[in-house]
Design a binder for this molecule. Structure first.
Ligand SMILES: *Cc1c(COP(=O)(O)O)cnc(C)c1O
Length: 431
């Protein structure tokens, strides 16, 4: 925990030159200089435990030493850095490793598209392909979904504020209630099935349904395994393309490489980004069921689909998935996290919190707006980086790098507990 308060680094150039659109630098107002594993340091030498992990882009930690070694060696040897989508050795090795370590052991036969380096790029390519394959235009998204900030991705995103940024009507999409959205006893798949089957519903047969197995940005809402299986069945029955957006929940966040593994479903298309590059380097994949891969050469193109530095670290990061050890570790740490969060919530009942999530994607949803924000602000002042999620920022989200050890996890949670205690005291004072 922090002791002596040193002078805060100046944010002057950011405040005066960088666009008003900047966001995370407002939540974490300091200038960072160095990072390692689950720790960040700022220009004043203050240390921060990272429970945000680059919004999920740093599952293997900051500057992971093994990945760094491979990257340095590749640069030293003048390996190709940028290649458009020309064939390079780095890409070849990545594709071979991905097939061998991820696809084959899971019995998956996906073709791999490199859609451009961001999650939104992957989502756009998935939507386009589903429309091309089915020759239908509507896509169903879910309440509180988040799929990225480009127009297609926004059209299936729930958040009103983000949607309004589009500046044009967001068409050809329909929002349906996510699992649990209308209360525990309301079966939202039945509801959706009615809409899809009934010729009087006013909704035309969709090209695709796009879903997150856990809605990270949307407030850590978890879809049940049975719900996902029923969704898959509904899609199969109506030849609707099922797209799982695994941009944030993939690469081990929930305990398995793909977040849908526990449910047993096999989506038609999977979007991956954030941690797939392994080192925080931009990279995204769109995984496509082979029969759906009807793209014409160059039909969905882009300059930055050949980030070879990311291919090098992505290949190396797959070493974590060569056996089940890493998966078990994540699940164990997830249990520890859950126990501690549940204990905090019951220790400070006046904060009216509820624990949500699975694996190393968990958080506390608060009944009163503003509590999660105050908590994250207080946490930052004590050297812990974490963010809120949910449309009203009502959830304090905890997503440390997956490589964090139990000591680091406990240190961060000790800070969080202290913050909960201080906030609870404030609430007593107000009551
Ligand atoms: C972050 C995210 C995206 C968008 O990825 P970008 O790289 O920011 O474009 C899409 N879907 C989900 C679920 C995400 O968490």
């Amino acid at each position: 925990m922090k002791t002596l308060q040193k002078e805060k680094p100046s944010l002057h150039v950011f405040d005066t030159l960088e666009s008003e659109v900047r966001s995370y630098c407002r939540s974490f107002p300091t200038v960072f200089t160095k990072a390692k594993g689950y720790t960040l340091w700022d220009a004043a030498g203050e240390e921060y435990i990272d429970f945000f992990a680059g919004a999920g882009a740093l599952n293997y930690g900051h500057n992971n030493p093994v990945l760094k070694q491979k990257l340095l060696q590749y640069i030293q040897e003048d390996g190709v850095t940028h290649s458009l989508d020309m064939a390079t050795e780095a890409k070849q090795q990545f594709l071979e490793r991905f097939r061998q370590v991820i696809l084959e052991p899971r019995g998956l036969s996906y073709k791999v598209q490199f859609p451009g380096p961001t999650g939104a790029n992957s989502v756009e390519s998935a939507l386009k392909l589903a429309r091309k394959v089915t020759e239908r235009s509507t896509v169903i998204g879910f309440t509180n979904a988040f799929h990225g900030m480009t127009l297609g991705a926004l059209s299936v995103t729930g958040n009103k504020f983000k949607r309004s940024g589009a500046g044009v009507p967001l068409h050809h999409s329909v929002s349906m209630p996510y699992d649990g959205y209308l209360g525990e006893n309301f079966h939202t798949i039945d509801y959706m099935e009615n809409y899809i089957q009934d010729t009087g519903s006013g909704i035309s047969l969709p090209a695709a349904i796009i879903v997150e197995t856990i809605q990270g940005e949307g407030g850590i809402n978890v879809a049940g395994a049975e719900w996902l299986r029923r969704l898959e069945k509904l899609c199969k029955e109506h030849q609707i393309v099922l797209i799982v957006d695994d941009v944030q929940m993939g690469c081990g966040r929930t305990g398995t490489f793909f977040s849908f593994e526990a449910s047993g479903i096999t989506p038609d298309i999977v979007c991956l980004s954030k941690s797939i590059g392994g080192y925080g380097l931009p990279m995204a994949l769109t995984l496509i069921r082979p029969e759906l891969d009807i793209w014409e050469p160059g039909e969905h193109n882009g300059t930055f689909r050949g980030n070879n530095l990311a291919f090098i670290t992505a290949s190396e990061a797959l070493r974590y998935w060569e056996n089940n050890d890493f998966s078990k570790e994540i699940i164990d740490k997830g249990e520890l996290l859950n126990l501690r969060l549940c204990s905090m919530v019951s220790s400070f009942p006046q904060l009216k919190g509820q624990v949500r999530g699975r694996g190393l994607m968990q958080g506390i949803a608060f009944e009163t707006n503003g509590v999660a924000e105050s908590l994250c602000e207080l946490a930052f002042s004590k050297g812990l980086i974490m963010e809120t999620s949910g449309t009203d920022s009502e959830v304090a989200k905890i997503m440390p790098p997956l490589i964090i050890d139990q000591t680091g996890l406990n240190r961060g949670l000790d800070i969080l507990e202290q913050c909960m205690k201080e906030l609870a005291a404030r609430h007593y004072a107000l009551a």
